[in-house]
Design a binder for this molecule. Structure first.
Ligand code: MN
Length: 483
């Protein structure tokens, strides 16, 4: 990716936001060039290339004007003599607040590096709770830092790659930014395990070459099957990131050769009803693998993801995973919450579903703020960012998505704080279970409450979600039971 120059940034921005005055974008560009004039990156490039690259990603994700300006200016407060006052006078309150959100805390009095890291994360998430664009800028910043990581000393490189894989990539995933998540993971993978990375890359490329013919043949027969229908559609191929394949090898403890990794294609159409209609045609023409169908349209994932998934048998007996989704779902699947700020034209009405998820995100960040010790904060952040989730139902049929390993207590707090507080037991699928039972997808969980019953300190030993943990802590602190 080549970073865009001033005129290119303005042109590309104007292409998706035609009626916005771009004068301030040019001004932010020139201001940042001057502010960083004497600085260099570890790569030997002029420092401004970094700011330019961050702004280029933000334009690529079609973010709004204040976010792109803040992207250009994001390091000026931390690394140059520019002050908040100057920035406020030149660029106003909104852009200044965004830049402050991504600026690291000064003079941390914490002793360990973990504590420093936790406090910086806490600060950034606090700013994010007020304005979610902060995290989008931070992710663009991290993407460029990862792309230029090779120029840093080994120890620093390992630390940054590690933080990227443990926190930033899962966060991108949680925000539904799949493309970015895979990019961050593969960049980190390359630095953390260079030998394994190179090895896998060679094998995957060889396999792709061998499979290309099969995939082409399948796509042609799929195209023939869909050609007679009146439903608008286009078929796309999918590629898996190296790190996701590596993760599968680790989880299944198998070498690459033994990993069952089917071919995959996507069908994109215009409406939800067409998704189901196309699924019908696919299942009529190709035999579906029993139990492989998942409907993430009626039950979306926590990170906004929506699609129909099914695995079918191709003409030559090969298994192919098919994802069917609308254009809108496809955009959200690639850009996640960044899709929210796209300048809406008449054809893309406001997405109520996205609003709801954004509220959920704000809430979650607020619960995290309640966790006082840096260690506990980082641990909860990591657990809640876990990619795996389970869907658990209330007896009334309402679904609650929870991280894998969540317990009936986490479920109780997800339903309502008072239900969590007065919980004395739980039934899963009509059987009594312990409160530390690990819920599975599809479980129907009924919480038994007793009026006047109160939270126990040992609950903290096994709850998984930040919400349950922060609510229990809050209560215990008020009663003076924990500090
Ligand atoms: Mn930066």
């Amino acid at each position: 990716m080549t970073p865009l120059g001033k005129e290119q940034l303005i042109t590309q921005f104007a292409a998706y936001a035609p009626h916005v005055d771009t004068a301030i974008l040019g001004k932010a560009y020139d201001f940042s060039v001057r502010a960083h004039a004497d600085q260099e990156r570890a790569s030997g490039e002029v420092y401004f290339v970094h700011c330019q690259s961050v702004a280029t990603s933000l334009v690529e994700w079609k973010m709004d004007l204040p976010t792109i300006c803040a992207g250009l200016l994001h390091d000026t407060l931390e690394d140059t003599p520019v002050t908040q006052e100057i920035m406020r006078a030149e660029f106003g309150e909104e852009i200044t607040r965004l830049v402050l959100g991504v600026t690291k805390l000064e003079r941390l009095e914490y002793s360990s590096r973990d504590d420093v890291q936790a406090e910086n994360w806490r600060k950034m998430l606090l700013a994010t709770a007020q304005d979610i664009r902060v995290i989008v800028i931070k992710l663009a910043d991290r993407l460029h830092n990862m792309r230029t990581l090779g120029y840093l000393p080994e120890e620093k490189r390992q630390r940054i790659a590690h933080e990227t894989i443990a926190l930033y990539a899962p966060l991108a995933h949680r925000l539904g930014m799949f493309q970015l998540k895979s990019q961050l993971e593969d960049l980190a993978f390359k630095h953390l395990w260079p030998k394994e990375f190179a090895d896998l890359e060679t094998k995957v490329n060889a396999m792709l070459a061998a499979r290309e013919a099969t995939l082409k043949e399948f796509k042609e027969s799929l195209e023939r099957a869909l050609a007679d229908s009146e439903f608008t559609h286009r078929i796309l191929s999918r590629t898996k990131s190296l790190y996701s394949i590596y993760g599968k090898m680790q989880r299944q403890n198998k070498p690459f050769e033994e990993i069952q990794d089917g071919l995959g294609v996507r069908i994109i159409t215009d409406t939800i009803s067409n998704c189901y209609a196309l699924l019908g045609i696919v299942h009529t023409q190709f035999k579906p693998v029993a139990g492989s169908f998942t409907d993430y349209i009626s039950i979306p994932k926590m990170n906004l993801y929506q699609s129909l998934h099914t695995t079918v048998m191709g003409p030559g007996g090969e298994l192919v995973e098919i994802q069917i989704r609308t254009d809108e779902m496809h955009r959200t699947a690639e850009y996640g919450i960044a899709a929210h700020w796209r300048y809406k034209t008449a054809e893309h009405a406001k997405d109520a579903h996205l609003e709801e998820k954004l509220n959920w995100l704000r809430q979650w960040i607020e619960w995290l703020q309640d966790l006082k010790s840096p260690r506990e904060f980082l641990d909860s952040l990591k657990t809640d960012l876990e990619l795996n989730q389970v869907f658990v139902f209330t007896p009334a049929g309402e679904v609650k998505p929870l991280p894998a390993g969540a317990t009936p207590l986490d479920f109780a707090f997800a339903v309502h704080t008072d239900i969590g507080y007065s919980c004395v037991g739980a039934q899963v699928n009509n059987k009594m279970v312990r409160l530390d039972y690990q819920l599975k997808s599809g479980d129907i969980c009924k919480i038994i409450t007793k009026r006047g019953s109160l939270p126990k300190k040992d609950w903290l030993m096994f709850v998984k979600t930040a919400r349950a943990r922060s609510k229990i802590r809050h209560y215990l602190r008020e009663k003076g039971i924990v500090a």
